[in-house]
Design a binder for this molecule. Structure first.
Ligand SMILES: Cc1cc2nc3c(=O)[nH]c(=O)nc-3n(C[C@H](O)[C@H](O)[C@H](O)COP(=O)(O)O)c2cc1C
Ligand code: SF4
Length: 432
């Protein structure tokens, strides 16, 4: 029987070898917006590991759209690095895309040389506490043009596709939501007006990159914000994006300010698949599901039951870049699963550190930790089966040594079990 996870799929003119999609994850690795060796090695490893599509970014569209740790796509000076990154992904067997984003009021003035961030309306976000400047009509035109220019650079650099982030509480979704958009011009008020910026951006990109260049959008089908955008409106937006020429939709849930858990271990695996399914019922292009799809079995189930066409596996591929190859070759028991602790990856970003992983010490250090076979294999005894002991055992095994791992407890994992435990809800006592 065919494995639905490894069926090829078409997005516009592109054929992907499987249904595994590495979604955009800001890695905090760049300096001055420039691609560097660490970033290239990180993605080359994930391409080698077998994902069908690798989305890098998010990347900036102008100098106010993100801080300098993001991948830059707003200047021609960024082209050589982008070109090198696309080539490294392709050489290792995957297709590639860059996710473009404008962070809007989630930008902080400290990263904008003291300038205020921009947004549809001057309404502060609880994330930064800063009041943004409302974009003028000229400012909006400039943002639209910047997205189109950045998309043209992505294409010129050789990436297989371009993706636009239209969710999470960043600029395009700030225009969509009545919570953050109180404008009384053509970009505010009724849904038709609130969708205008997003649709204009996709139209401008389509015009620049041509009809046959794959254009994807990542969007929420629930913002999980009180008083936020009704889901019916988001579904209408999804349909309008497709009518405007978008070739695939990657569906996620939640703004950064939302209180509903999106990443933590108390999010059941695959639970937000329903958000993709509701969009899939309404559009004719491939739909990608996201969040906590950390195992091939869940991925197969979501695709096999028609809830989505592809699965975004983000942190799963930080924790184990070779998950796709292990699944394809019947070695699923060897997969190192992401435990959703967010401690090594997402939490690092708020400390302005690059992404690492509690379960995979090589993440973010691919080049400097490359393992080579030992010329003189030995018997190795490792005492302690916690995170350190287990990874040392794996590394020693990969180097060709004969390893015995000793652990006094009844199960391996040590403190990883604590890191993987769901957080206690507020107000619930330790005894409760
Ligand atoms: C470190 C980190 C950075 C992220 N950055 C982005 C981003 O730039 N763009 C985006 O659309 N999603 C971003 N996300 C969300 C992921 O793409 C994904 O939707 C989320 O991690 C849930 O999926 P997972 O459980 O498979 O990781 C980020 C997530 C993490 C952990
Ligand atoms: S640090 Fe934790 S949440 Fe992040 S990828 Fe690793 S195991 Fe997953």
């Amino acid at each position: 029987m065919k494995d639905p996870l490894f069926e090829p799929i078409r997005i516009n003119r592109l054929t992907l070898k499987n249904r595994i999609y590495l979604p955009a994850m800001h890695l905090g690795m760049c300096e001055e917006f420039l691609v560097n060796d660490r970033l290239v090695a990180f993605y080359a490893e994930r391409a080698k590991g077998g994902a069908g599509m690798i989305v890098v970014g998010n990347a900036t569209v102008d100098e106010c759209s993100g801080n300098s740790q993001y991948i830059g796509a707003h200047l021609d000076a960024h082209l050589p690095g982008l070109t090198r990154l696309a080539a490294a992904i392709h050489e290792n067997g995957a297709h590639s895309a860059v996710q473009l984003n404008h962070a809007g009021r989630y930008c902080h003035s400290v990263f904008l040389d003291g300038r205020a961030p921009v947004a549809p309306s001057a309404i502060a976000s609880s994330l930064t506490g800063e009041v943004p400047e409302a974009l003028t009509l000229e400012g909006i035109r400039s943002v639209v043009a910047s997205f189109a220019d950045a998309a043209a650079r992505v294409k010129k650099a050789g990436f297989s596709a371009v993706e636009v982030l239209s969710g999470t509480g960043y600029l395009i979704s700030e225009f969509l939501s009545p919570l953050t958009n109180t404008r009384d011009d053509a970009y505010g008020g009724p849904l038709e007006n609130r969708m205008r910026l997003g649709l204009e951006i996709m139209g401008a990109i389509r015009q620049r990159v041509g009809a046959d260049y794959p254009l994807l959008v990542r969007m929420d089908n629930h913002d999980f914000m009180e008083g936020g955008m009704p889901r019916e409106e988001l579904e209408t937006y999804a349909q309008r994006l497709v009518s405007a020429g978008v070739d695939a939709l990657c569906i996620k849930g939640g703004w950064h300010e939302a209180r509903t858990p999106q990443l933590t271990p108390n999010v059941p695996r695959g639970v937000y698949g329903y958000l993709a399914r509701n969009v899939k019922e309404r559009v004719s292009v491939p739909v990608i599901a996201s969040h906590r799809i950390n195992d091939p079995a869940i991925a197969r189930e979501l695709i096999g039951e028609g809830w989505c066409d592809m699965v975004a596996m983000g942190r799963s591929l930080i924790a184990d870049p070779f998950l796709p190859e292990k699944a394809r070759t019947g070695r699923e028991r060897e997969i190192v699963h992401c435990i959703a602790c967010a401690q090594g990856c997402f939490d690092h970003l708020f400390q302005l550190k690059h992404v690492e992983c509690l379960c995979n010490p090589r993440a973010g250090h691919e080049e400097e930790t490359r393992l080579v076979k030992s010329p003189a294999p030995k018997k190795v005894m490792i005492i302690g089966g916690g995170a350190a002991g287990m990874t040392a055992a794996l590394a020693a095994h990969e180097k060709g040594h004969q390893v015995t791992l000793y652990e006094k407890a009844m199960r391996l994992g040590g403190q990883l079990h604590l890191a993987a435990a769901p957080p206690r809800p507020p107000g619930v006592s330790r005894a409760g």
